[in-house]
Each structure stands twice: as structure tokens, then as C-alpha cells.
Design a protein around this ligand. Structure first.
Ligand SMILES: NC(=O)c1ccc[n+]([C@@H]2O[C@H](COP(=O)([O-])OP(=O)(O)OC[C@H]3O[C@@H](n4cnc5c(N)ncnc54)[C@H](O)[C@@H]3O)[C@@H](O)[C@H]2O)c1
Length: 485
């Protein structure tokens, strides 16, 4: 294979790689070939304990440092990530199967952006002075303490950084548990942070599945939980965190609408729909998988879409000209194939794709269904694969109501040349992360997150600081205390 994907050990705790071979074996499978590329062990109770105690110990000292000192370390880590972008991209491709044409530009890059952005903010996390007549008050922005990050498998480097960077900037420690499907990349993030000067114990990575996550969330020494995952997991984690009144950020699933009006630039709208359905082989939470296209341009839209999908280059994700890779796992591929079968059975019109691609890897064709109706399963449930559902509409008010008729509220997009309509429609769509004449951009400067069942809290931007810190308020009396007796 040529690349050494086996890490030195399964976990990175208290500044070093550690192993406990009594933990259950986890095999890491390369999605493009089905080959086992690394063997790790799930965290045992002893590893979990070490991660918690070292995190708590290190956090007290870290919180006492100057913000600019914390920020300098994060910004140094960002520089190292950028310098190692190629190797990190190769690893991300092995972990997830996403093509190098994506990972070279998105994953470590986005992780470095978060480290740089929150590193820059770290020195400015102040409270305020509040005049109260002759008295006064002030607020102090304090860290929460020990935070737990739980990752999904689609963006392992990015998720590790989007959670770690604001947590550390605010003076917290973090224990990050990657998805059991993609355990490799977060270890590199930990390595780089420590190489940049992060004191031992502040960013611990431990491996395992739901049981390890459950143990972390349920531990009373943990102050905050940030999960990126599915809605059912989110409900369980939120409920468990509530037992200890812990802070939470929930970045969950979606079934987002993308509305294409009759006056849209057709090629841009088709491009947006492609980005919102087939990038990362459709394994993106914010995808616009319900594409509502105005009836008058539907056939033109579908024709152009099919033409452009015909030029997708599907194959070896390490070949930098390939732009469509395999699904992350055979089980995720089977889930998606099951949805495709349901779409066919429900009578949706298969415009293109619809089949598995024979071979060792977990490949599926990019798939488009047209004439999809709101009640079909493929229009209601998150598929998390390369399956686009195209629905017709004729009336603006009607399409807004239909777009909002879902329990999810992660993202929404609109394509139109009419600027008034663009803002009017976006203003009424129930979603946290929206796009006008674009889809799926996620710069660190803008808040990211969902409404309704898609989540609570926001990642990125200055807003994330609110979710990794708390305010202490102090009343200062300047005169005598007047007590009633
Ligand atoms: N909103 C976002 O930012 C975002 C981003 C990426 C993925 N997602 C969503 O994630 C899902 C796909 O990822 P997945 O299959 O890895 O999600 P998942 O919910 O199965 O797992 C997410 C993480 O939670 C852990 N976990 C599972 N059960 C747990 C429990 N009871 N207690 C603690 N931890 C537990 C898993 O081990 C994993 O690390 C999709 O629904 C997708 O939409 C959301």
C-alpha cells in the first residue's frame, strides 16, 4: 500500500501514545479496497480514567495562562497542520475513502482554519464592566472545565479541530473520541497540538464505540459534551448529559431543502445541487437532499444534471483526478442501497445511477430520483449517501411550507436571480445554516449548526465561544451594606 496507516498506539493521553491491549480490537478498513489498514484497541476503563484525570489536572493550569499564550500554541498547531497537509490528506483519505481531490483542500485545511481563528480569539475573551449607580459589576468569561467531543465518521480531522480549537482557546481541556469507523486522523491532531506546545493532558484522544462515549458522557467530572452524529444518538447523549446538567452542543442530521426557482442560473443551480448531494459521496450532514425544482425548468435541470454527473470521475481516491469515492463502510453502503430500493419501489423516477459498483470497495453510483413526492421515504429520512431526490413545485408559499415540513432544520438553500425573493424565502426557511446561490460552504467565520431535531448550539465563529465558556458576574458595592435588621 505504501502508506503507514498504523498509529504508534490506539490512544493519545497525557501527551503521549498509550496502549491497553485488553481493549476490544478495532479494525480500520480502507473503504476503497476493503483492506484492513490498521488495528487498534477500544479504550478500557483504565484508559478512560487516565484521560479524565490527566484532563482535569492539566485544565486548571491551562485556564490560568494568558489567552494570548494559549492562542499562540493553537496558531502554531495550525501552521504545522498546513505544512503537513499532504500527509494528513492521505491519512484522511484512508480513514474515510474521500478522494484526495477533496481532502487536499478541505479537511486539514478546515481544521487549521479553526485552530488559527480560535487561536486569534483566545486573547480577547474578556468580560465587561457594568456601571450600577454608585456601585458596579463586572463579568468574567470562564472555561467550563473538561469537555468531551464525540465525532462522526465523515470529517474526522475537521470535527476534531472544530471542537478542540474553541474548547482549548477558552481554557478547557478536551477528551475527543472519534467515530469507531474513522479513528486515525484525530490522533494526528493530538500529536500536532502537543508538538506545537500544548501541555500534556489537554487534548486526549481515546478510541471506542458507543460504550466508551457513554462512559465519558456519564462521568460527573465531565462538564460539557459536544456531539457530531445522528439524531437518535443525539437524543441519548443529550438525555445522559442532562442528568449532570452538563452543557451540550449537538450537531446532528438533516434532510435539508434546496429550492431552485425558475429564474435561477441553471448551471449554478445544478452545481449547487451536485455540491449538496454528491460531495464526499453524499456523506454530509447539511446536504440539500430534497431538491425542489420549479416545474417549468425541471426537465432542463434534470438533463443538465445527468450530463454533468456523466463526467464524474469515480475510482481510486488516491488518484487526484478522481472526484467521487466510495462510501465509508460496507454497512453504510447497504443502508443507502436499501433506500435506493425503497425509492424505486415507491415509484420515484430513476434519472441516473441506482446501483452498486462491482469491486472490493464500497462504491455506489451517484443517484438521482425525480418525480419524488413529499410522502416518500426517500424524501423524509436522512439517507447519508449519494442519493438526490428532485421534487416539483409551482408556488413560492407552497414550496416554503413543504420545505419546512420536516422534523430536521440543519440547512436550506435557494437559487434565484431575484434578490428580494432570495432573502424573503431564506427568512422563512427553518434551518440554522443557509445558502443563497450556493451550497454547503462552511467557513470558520460563520456559525454552523441546526434548529429543530438537527441540534442545539453552534460551532465556529465567535458564537462558539459562548458554548465553551460561562460568565461569572460580580457585584461590587462601594458603600455600606444596608441590612433590614
Ligand atoms: N450537524 C453536523 O455537523 C454533522 C456533521 C457530520 C455528521 N452528522 C451526522 O452524523 C451522522 C453520521 O455519523 P455517525 O453514523 O458516526 O453518527 P452516530 O450517531 O452513529 O455516532 C456519532 C458518535 O457518537 C458515538 N456514540 C454512539 N452512541 C453513543 C452513546 N450512547 N453515547 C455516547 N456516544 C455515542 C459514536 O461512537 C460516534 O463517535 C449523520 O446523521 C449525520 O447527519 C452531523
Amino acid at each position: 500500500m505504501g502508506y503507514d496507516t498504523q498509529p504508534k498506539a490506539s490512544h493519545f493521553v497525557d501527551g503521549q501514545y498509550i496502549e491497553d491491549t485488553s481493549g476490544a480490537v478495532m479494525e480500520v478498513v480502507y473503504p476503497a479496497t476493503g483492506a484492513v489498514i490498521a488495528r487498534l484497541h477500544e479504550a478500557t476503563p483504565a484508559i478512560i480514567e487516565k484521560a479524565i484525570t490527566s484532563g482535569r489536572r492539566a485544565q486548571a493550569e491551562w485556564a490560568g495562562m494568558m489567552g494570548v499564550e494559549r492562542g499562540r500554541i493553537l496558531r502554531r498547531a495550525a501552521d504545522i497542520m498546513r505544512e503537513r497537509n499532504y500527509d494528513l490528506s492521505v491519512l484522511e483519505t484512508h480513514d474515510t475513502g474521500k478522494p484526495m481531490s477533496e481532502t487536499l483542500y478541505v479537511d486539514a485545511t478546515s481544521g487549521a482554519d479553526a485552530l488559527e481563528y480560535f487561536g486569534g480569539l483566545a486573547g480577547s475573551l474578556t468580560g465587561e464592566h457594568v456601571p450600577l449607580g454608585g456601585d458596579w459589576g463586572y463579568t468574567v468569561r470562564e472555561p467550563l472545565g473538561l469537555c468531551v467531543g464525540l465525532g462522526a465518521w465523515n470529517y474526522p480531522t475537521q470535527i476534531a479541530c472544530w471542537k478542540g480549537a474553541p474548547a482549548l482557546a477558552c481554557g478547557n481541556a478536551m477528551i475527543f473520541k472519534p467515530s469507531e469507523t474513522t479513528p486515525l486522523c484525530a490522533l494526528k491532531v493530538a500529536e500536532i497540538l502537543h508538538e506545537a506546545g500544548l501541555p500534556a493532558g489537554l487534548y486526549n484522544v481515546i478510541q471506542g464505540a458507543g460504550d466508551v462515549g457513554r462512559a465519558l458522557v456519564g462521568d460527573e467530572r465531565v462538564d460539557k459534551v459536544s456531539l457530531t452524529g445522528s439524531v437518535p444518538t443525539g437524543k441519548r447523549v443529550y438525555a445522559s448529559a442532562a442528568e449532570g446538567m452538563k452543557h451540550v452542543t449537538m450537531e446532528l442530521g438533516g434532510k435539508s431543502p434546496l429550492v431552485v426557482f425558475e429564474d435561477a442560473d441553471l448551471d449554478n443551480a445544478v452545481g449547487g445541487a451536485i455540491l449538496g448531494n454528491f460531495y464526499s459521496t453524499g456523506q454530509v450532514c447539511s446536504n440539500g437532499t430534497r431538491v425542489f425544482v420549479h416545474k417549468s425548468i425541471k426537465e432542463a435541470f434534470l438533463k443538465r444534471l445527468a450530463e454533468r454527473l456523466g463526467s464524474a470521475k469515480i475510482g481510486d481516491p488516491l488518484d487526484e483526478t478522481v472526484n467521487f469515492g466510495p462510501m465509508v463502510s460496507s454497512s453504510q453502503r447497504d443502508i443507502v442501497l436499501d433506500y435506493i430500493a425503497k425509492g424505486k419501489a415507491e415509484g420515484a423516477r430513476l434519472v441516473c445511477g441506482g446501483s452498486v459498483i462491482a469491486g472490493d470497495g464500497f462504491y455506489i453510483q451517484p443517484t438521482v430520483f425525480a418525480d419524488v413526492t413529499d410522502d416518500m421515504v426517500i424524501a423524509r429520512e436522512e439517507i447519508f449517501g449519494p442519493v438526490m431526490a428532485v421534487l416539483d413545485f409551482e408556488d413560492e408559499a407552497d414550496v416554503i411550507a413543504r420545505a419546512n415540513n420536516t422534523e430536521y432544520g440543519l440547512s436550506a438553500g435557494v437559487f434565484t436571480r431575484d434578490i428580494s425573493r432570495a432573502h424573503r424565502v431564506i427568512g422563512q426557511l427553518q434551518a440554522g445554516s443557509c445558502f443563497i446561490n450556493s451550497y454547503n460552504d462552511a467557513p470558520v467565520e460563520l456559525p454552523f449548526g441546526g434548529s429543530k431535531l438537527s441540534g442545539v448550539g453552534r460551532e465556529n465563529s465567535k458564537t462558539a465561544i459562548e458554548h465553551y465558556s460561562q460568565l461569572k458576574s460580580v457585584y461590587v458595592r462601594m458603600g455600606d451594606v444596608e441590612a433590614p435588621f
